[in-house]
Design a protein. Sequence first.
Length: 417
Amino acid sequence: MRFRLAPTAAQETALLEHCSHARFVWNLAVEQHLYWRPGRASAPGYREQCRQLTEARSESAWLRSGSQTVQQQALRDFSQATSNFFNGTHRRPTWRKRGRHEGFRIVGQRGNQWDVRRVSRKVGQVWVPKVGWVPFRWSRPIPVDAKSYRITQDRSGRWHVAFAVIPEAINRPTTDEAVGIDRGVAVSAALSTGELLSAPGLSRKEAKRLKRLQRKLARAQRGSNRRTRIKFAIARLKARETDRRKDWAEKISTELARRFSLVGVEDLKIKNMVRSARGTVDEPGRNVRAKAGLNRSIHAAGWGLLVTRLEQKAPGRVTKVDPAFTSQICNACGHRAAKNRESQAIFRCRACGHTDHADVNAARNIRDIAVGRTVTARGGIGNAQPANREPQPVPPLISRGNGLKSCAPPGAGGRQR
């Protein structure tokens, strides 16, 4: 649960000092682990690093002036990040940079090492070691089981405090209704009910201003105050776009979790889809600028955030299906052909003539696969074949003397004429 922090100028200076200490300790731990090579002794663990931190604090007045709790928690975070890397769930922990990775964590029991109190209807205060009571915007109740919090500063200069609590899942609706979601670039999320949802971004005026600021940044001298001001202006616009996308994902995921008992989504490998196409010096990539624009559009659509929040709000009710051929299969008759999708938005079946929005048709196929149903060739519902089955050959239309068309293959029901 994240809240907007409102520190004073003096408190902001102290918070930045805590961030510097946490970043310094983290980078020292990274340097120690990067020194390890096969054949050398193992890198120090959390306990050994805490002992070394005590010695470093006794020798450095700058480090000793900070909070020992903040610095120890930086080591504990690094230990957890290293364990996640060796478990194969995260990348290797790397360096932290000033202005980009600003934050620290406080852990303790409520009323002991840290505390939270409510001052008024919309204002609360959180206790930070060696800083005091820092006000924040009280927008919702804080659970009593919260035992840690993290204070961060984003690149636009805004401060936030996030309490480590697991929110309760949304109750399953009484109806057994299922929905399929097809994620795209032009339409962020198309539902099998026919609804088309798009993640909000910057307005046309804001987008023009962002492009103008980026051109100014390219001309600004590095290290100048003008370049710093332009970077903050760009960061504020980017933060506004991110906030709108996150707000959209939160509202849509909550609505879907309340309306449907089962949600089917495509099992997309987003990390592989947004890889750069630059290639290497020996083998440069092709259409690099177009691929970069596509990657930005995928990120702006919020594909991963929407599914992540759905899985957290509706655990056990989100089913991921194989996305192969879901956009080529007709949901009415089951015929699959690449030419069924005439354009980004138009789907017209070459066999039965069924017409629908292409993304909505794909979403309905995803829903049927998620509930274990597939569309048979006669338009009924069955579960004998998967939806991505190999297409049956479509016989050519044969002209008859009476002007009618027949789809009967040669030799079926009589001799060929």
